[in-house]
Design a protein. Structure first.
Length: 339
């Protein structure tokens, strides 16, 4: 492990004014996205769609890294340049999703455990050769009646830490992603409690497994009320409670925190991030690692047609620019009117 190198990459991933594009949808997930715009999910169309995002003129001003799926990291642009090389030439760090998905956690009804540790050392070595310099592993924590259990939180935290240790051994920066889902009817206070417990457990496990915090990026949920909760918190409260939770549970040695959007609307995910950065300075960079919240407008504008590529790239760049401004704390809702 070269800690100086890992720290340099982690800092590049959370560089001021930039954030991470999550383009790591599995084949099943991207099929659902394509279905929503009436486009068939073929390997060539998936490749063309990813190329459209990666080659949007000036995207590197706002995007520091791209998380890819196994299929994507092996694909190339139309001119034959492998995607990892294309991104590297732009100064964008190539990354790879390495977990194999969340499965039912045995004897814990309604809860999930993320799998993918078997053979991970060998896969990381191959991904490094392909150009990946960071990886992602997502753990899922569900709020519901009598859940999450300690078993679920501890088992997922242990797996996250084992994954992170294997990444650092391979000189790959691990994105550590413990996601408390926002799908239930829980209040923002309940989300705070579960997120705090989860983060404390995750950092305990990272410490036990000798993971160097200077060489990771944390990808957590924001502290937010569940989608089905009748009382939704104001954006200012979301920002305040999220920052309080992170301040209490994330060591200052972590270079950066890149939030997932977790089903928030595009503009709300941007506003929440902006409000948090306005409260700074913080001991770590606060940025974004959005998937749908960066891509939804571009996907709709594209519609699978070559003649729509320019319009789709503009839609993608607009969202990237707004989120880059949110990272700097310079975003205003007026920026949306320019679109």
């Amino acid at each position: 492990m070269n800690l100086e190198e890992l720290n340099d990459i982690a800092l590049a991933m959370v560089a001021p004014g930039k954030g991470i594009l999550a383009a790591d949808e599995s084949t099943g997930t991207i099929k659902k996205r394509f279905d929503s715009i009436g486009v068939e999910s073929t390997e060539e169309l998936r490749r063309a769609y990813r190329e459209m995002l990666f080659t949007a003129p000036g995207m590197e001003q706002y995007i520091s890294g791209v998380i890819m799926y196994d299929e994507t990291i092996r694909q190339s642009a139309a001119d034959g340049t492998p995607f990892p090389q294309l991104l590297q030439k732009l100064g964008v760090v190539p990354g790879i999703k390495v977990d194999t998905g969340a499965k039912d956690l045995a004897l814990c009804p309604g809860e999930k455990i993320t799998e993918g540790l078997d053979g991970l050392r060998e896969r990381l070595a191959e991904y490094y050769e392909l150009g990946a310099r960071f990886a992602k592993w997502r753990a899922v924590i569900t709020i519901g009646e009598d859940i999450p259990s300690n078993t679920c939180i501890e088992t997922n935290a242990h797996a996250l830490a084992r994954y992170a240790a294997l990444c650092q051994e391979a000189n790959i920066v691990p994105i550590v992603e413990p996601e408390v889902l926002m799908d239930a009817d829980n209040t923002i206070e309940e989300c705070y409690e579960v997120t705090a417990h989860t983060l404390k457990t995750v950092f305990d496990e990272l410490y036990k497994q000798n993971v160097a915090l200077e060489g990771i990026v944390l990808k957590p949920n924001m502290v937010i009320a569940g989608k089905k909760c009748p009382t939704q918190a104001e954006p200012e409260q979301v920002a305040e409670m999220t920052v309080a939770c992170l301040t209490n549970h994330v060591p200052a040695s972590v270079p950066g925190i890149a939030f997932l959007s977790g089903g928030q609307s595009d503009e709300l995910a941007t506003l929440h991030l902006a409000l948090m950065n306005e409260m700074g300075p913080h001991p770590w960079e606060l940025t974004f690692s959005y998937g749908r919240a960066l891509q939804a407008a571009a996907l709709k504008a594209w519609g699978g047609k070559k003649e729509n590529v320019e319009a789709a790239q503009k839609a993608f760049l607009h969202r990237a620019k707004c989120n880059g401004a949110a990272h700097d704390g310079t975003y205003t809702p007026d920026m949306e009117k320019v679109a």
